[in-house]
Design a protein around this ligand. Structure first.
Ligand SMILES: [Zn+2]
Length: 127
Protein backbone atom coordinates (compact mmCIF):
# COMPACT_ATOMS: atom_id res chain seq x y z
CA UNK A 1 0.00 0.00 0.00
CA UNK A 2 1.39 3.34 -1.07
CA UNK A 3 0.12 6.88 -0.64
CA UNK A 4 -1.09 8.26 -3.98
CA UNK A 5 0.06 11.73 -2.94
CA UNK A 6 3.65 11.27 -1.75
CA UNK A 7 4.38 7.58 -2.34
CA UNK A 8 4.95 6.91 1.34
CA UNK A 9 4.21 3.44 2.69
CA UNK A 10 3.54 4.86 6.14
CA UNK A 11 -0.22 4.22 5.88
CA UNK A 12 -2.78 3.49 8.54
CA UNK A 13 -6.42 2.45 8.33
CA UNK A 14 -8.91 5.24 8.84
CA UNK A 15 -12.24 3.50 9.25
CA UNK A 16 -14.74 2.52 6.56
CA UNK A 17 -16.95 4.66 4.39
CA UNK A 18 -19.76 3.18 2.29
CA UNK A 19 -18.23 -0.27 2.76
CA UNK A 20 -14.84 0.78 1.46
CA UNK A 21 -11.71 0.69 3.58
CA UNK A 22 -10.45 4.20 4.10
CA UNK A 23 -6.74 4.83 4.61
CA UNK A 24 -4.77 7.82 5.75
CA UNK A 25 -1.14 8.65 5.00
CA UNK A 26 0.81 9.41 8.15
CA UNK A 27 3.27 11.54 6.21
CA UNK A 28 1.04 13.99 4.35
CA UNK A 29 -2.36 13.21 5.99
CA UNK A 30 -3.89 12.43 2.59
CA UNK A 31 -6.93 10.19 2.88
CA UNK A 32 -7.69 7.61 0.23
CA UNK A 33 -9.53 4.34 -0.24
CA UNK A 34 -7.78 1.01 -0.43
CA UNK A 35 -6.82 -0.93 -3.52
CA UNK A 36 -4.64 1.87 -4.75
CA UNK A 37 -2.42 -0.50 -6.73
CA UNK A 38 -0.91 2.09 -9.08
CA UNK A 39 0.00 5.23 -7.18
CA UNK A 40 -0.54 8.24 -9.40
CA UNK A 41 2.37 10.04 -7.83
CA UNK A 42 4.66 12.63 -9.24
CA UNK A 43 7.29 11.78 -11.84
CA UNK A 44 10.93 11.37 -10.87
CA UNK A 45 11.68 14.45 -12.95
CA UNK A 46 9.24 16.54 -10.93
CA UNK A 47 10.60 15.16 -7.67
CA UNK A 48 14.14 16.01 -8.73
CA UNK A 49 13.13 19.57 -9.58
CA UNK A 50 11.62 20.04 -6.12
CA UNK A 51 14.63 18.43 -4.42
CA UNK A 52 17.02 20.59 -6.41
CA UNK A 53 15.13 23.65 -5.17
CA UNK A 54 15.45 22.33 -1.62
CA UNK A 55 19.19 21.73 -2.01
CA UNK A 56 19.60 25.23 -3.44
CA UNK A 57 18.19 26.68 -0.23
CA UNK A 58 14.47 27.03 -1.00
CA UNK A 59 12.20 26.43 1.97
CA UNK A 60 9.48 23.80 1.83
CA UNK A 61 6.81 26.51 1.73
CA UNK A 62 8.59 28.24 -1.15
CA UNK A 63 8.65 24.99 -3.11
CA UNK A 64 4.96 24.53 -2.35
CA UNK A 65 4.20 27.98 -3.78
CA UNK A 66 6.32 27.56 -6.91
CA UNK A 67 5.66 23.91 -7.77
CA UNK A 68 2.16 23.57 -6.36
CA UNK A 69 3.12 20.48 -4.36
CA UNK A 70 2.24 20.17 -0.68
CA UNK A 71 5.24 20.96 1.50
CA UNK A 72 4.85 17.79 3.58
CA UNK A 73 5.10 15.84 0.32
CA UNK A 74 8.45 17.49 -0.39
CA UNK A 75 9.60 16.75 3.18
CA UNK A 76 8.76 13.08 2.60
CA UNK A 77 10.79 13.05 -0.64
CA UNK A 78 13.75 14.62 1.14
CA UNK A 79 13.50 11.90 3.79
CA UNK A 80 13.27 9.18 1.14
CA UNK A 81 16.26 10.52 -0.77
CA UNK A 82 18.16 10.90 2.49
CA UNK A 83 17.66 7.23 3.23
CA UNK A 84 18.74 6.14 -0.23
CA UNK A 85 21.74 8.46 -0.43
CA UNK A 86 23.55 8.78 2.91
CA UNK A 87 25.91 11.35 1.38
CA UNK A 88 24.05 14.57 0.69
CA UNK A 89 21.96 14.77 -2.42
CA UNK A 90 24.05 16.26 -5.23
CA UNK A 91 22.07 17.88 -8.01
CA UNK A 92 23.53 17.74 -11.49
CA UNK A 93 23.63 21.34 -12.60
CA UNK A 94 24.93 21.92 -16.10
CA UNK A 95 25.84 25.58 -16.58
CA UNK A 96 25.11 25.93 -20.26
CA UNK A 97 25.42 29.73 -20.10
CA UNK A 98 28.89 29.41 -18.59
CA UNK A 99 30.01 27.32 -21.55
CA UNK A 100 28.88 30.06 -23.92
CA UNK A 101 30.89 32.64 -21.98
CA UNK A 102 33.96 30.44 -22.23
CA UNK A 103 33.55 30.23 -25.98
CA UNK A 104 33.36 34.01 -26.25
CA UNK A 105 36.54 34.57 -24.23
CA UNK A 106 38.27 31.98 -26.39
CA UNK A 107 37.28 33.85 -29.58
CA UNK A 108 38.19 37.15 -27.92
CA UNK A 109 41.71 36.01 -26.96
CA UNK A 110 42.28 34.95 -30.57
CA UNK A 111 41.52 38.50 -31.71
CA UNK A 112 43.99 40.15 -29.29
CA UNK A 113 46.80 37.94 -30.62
CA UNK A 114 46.82 40.10 -33.76
CA UNK A 115 48.12 43.01 -31.64
CA UNK A 116 51.51 41.34 -31.06
CA UNK A 117 53.19 43.29 -33.85
CA UNK A 118 52.51 46.64 -32.16
CA UNK A 119 53.89 45.37 -28.85
CA UNK A 120 57.12 44.32 -30.54
CA UNK A 121 57.75 47.85 -31.89
CA UNK A 122 57.24 49.49 -28.47
CA UNK A 123 59.58 47.01 -26.73
CA UNK A 124 62.28 47.54 -29.36
CA UNK A 125 62.10 51.31 -28.70
CA UNK A 126 62.74 50.82 -24.97
CA UNK A 127 65.82 48.65 -25.39
ZN1 LIG B 1 1.24 10.76 1.72
Amino acid sequence: MQCPECGSTNISKNGKQKGKQNHICKECRRQFFGRYSAPAGYSDEFKRECLTMYVNGSGFRAIERVKGVHHTTVITWVKQVGKRLPDAYAPETVPEVGELDELETFVGSKKTKSGYGRRLTTSSKES
